[in-house]
Design a protein around this ligand. Structure first.
Ligand code: KG4
Length: 334
């Protein structure tokens, strides 16, 4: 079954064709980073307009690269939530029109389910159940993946996402946007014990919930203090200490959940899964406890439409299709 899939929830417009949920036939991504860079973050209105400009072209290219004609497409899938509402709406409306024009089913896909499904593309043998940590620019969730469409959130951030913590920290350190990658690169030149950063605990009875705003504030305060006093900041040391703090918070909760639920397989997904410290720490923790780790290659970690096509296949098998009244949502339960 060939699914033409679209992703437009934030600052990447993407179109892909995926066969039977597992095989990527094409995977086109247009990144808007250059458009938002000067603002230091994503401007929702600019994002929506840019999606509109390129989505049709990307759809044609995805078909061409897959070597398929429109008639070879069996269904159309799109991210319908969560995300910047104007941006998600562009993908949803384009997908609706495409499904209608082709006379094929329309499949709505939750963006985080898509990130989790990136693992099905990277690891053909991976099947639920497994535990997945989904870490992106807007979400940080620990998910018990019981089935392809049966998921339970075990814990999540109460405030900022892990990616947001990296992005805001990078901004005060003058590293540009998006900040996760430059912080990751800079961290390799610094000592991870250069700064004693907090690992904020969360009040309440859910041991798997997380909080990143205190960590972000600690970095911002250090940067402002250095500016005001003229003291030289060890930026590489701060980047390394930040990566270590974020990684420790994520790895400790994930491993505790794996232990409590008896999961032997752990997957990591989302843009922040590209972080080298997080990858190394997860690998070490899994090796130590005899668990298997799944982390997709970098291209499949960030936003892409292939992951939407992968999850779309399983949503279709579960009967989750939509009509032309499908709406877009800024937030939505997993
Ligand atoms: O999954 P994604 O592409 O978009 C969302 O769905 O949000 O994730 C983007 C996030 C940004 O916050 C970016 O700074 C972060 O992923 N990121 C990284 C790295 N590469 C991207 N964070 C830490 N280390 C990286 N190497």
């Amino acid at each position: 079954m060939n699914i033409l899939a679209f992703e437009s929830s934030c600052d990447e417009t993407a179109a892909a064709v995926v066969a039977d949920g597992r095989k990527v036939l094409s995977d086109e991504i247009f990144s808007q980073v250059a458009l938002h860079e000067i603002y230091g973050g994503v401007v929702p209105e600019i994002a929506a307009r840019s999606h509109l400009e390129v989505i049709s072209l990307l759809a044609d290219r995805a078909l061409e690269k897959a070597g398929l004609a429109r008639a070879d497409i069996d269904a159309v899938a799109c991210t319908y939530a969560p995300g910047l509402i104007g941006a998600v709406l562009v993908g949803v409306n384009f997908a609706k029109s495409a499904a209608l024009a082709l006379g094929k089913p329309l499949i709505p896909v939750h963006h985080i389910r898509g990130h989790i499904a990136a693992n099905y593309l990277a690891f053909p043998d991976l099947e639920p159940p497994f535990l997945c940590l989904a870490i992106s620019g807007g979400n940080t969730m620990l998910v018990d993946v019981r089935g392809y469409t049966d998921m339970r959130i075990l814990g999540q951030t109460r405030d900022d996402a892990a990616g947001e913590c990296f992005d805001k920290s990078a901004r005060v350190l003058g590293l540009g946007y998006p900040g996760g990658k430059p912080i990751d690169e800079l961290s390799k030149k610094g000592r991870d014990d250069a700064y004693d950063l907090p690992r904020p605990a969360v009040h309440g009875d859910n041991p798997y919930d997380m909080s990143f705003s205190g960590l972000k504030t600690a970095v911002v305060n250090l940067a402002h203090h250095a500016q005001q006093t003229g003291e030289e900041l060890d930026k590489a040391g701060l980047a390394a200490s930040l990566c270590r703090a974020v990684s420790e918070m994520l790895v400790s909760r994930t491993m505790a959940a794996a232990e409590a639920l008896g999961h032997r397989r752990i997957a990591v997904a989302g843009g922040v899964a590209a972080n080298s410290r997080i990858r190394v720490d997860f690998q070490a923790a899994c090796e130590k406890t005899g668990r298997t780790l799944y982390v997709p290659p970098l291209r499949l970690c960030g936003d892409n439409a292939a992951m939407i096509g992968a999850q779309g296949y399983y949503e279709f098998l579960a009967g989750h299709t939509a009509g032309p009244d499908l709406n877009a949502y800024a937030t939505k339960e997993l």
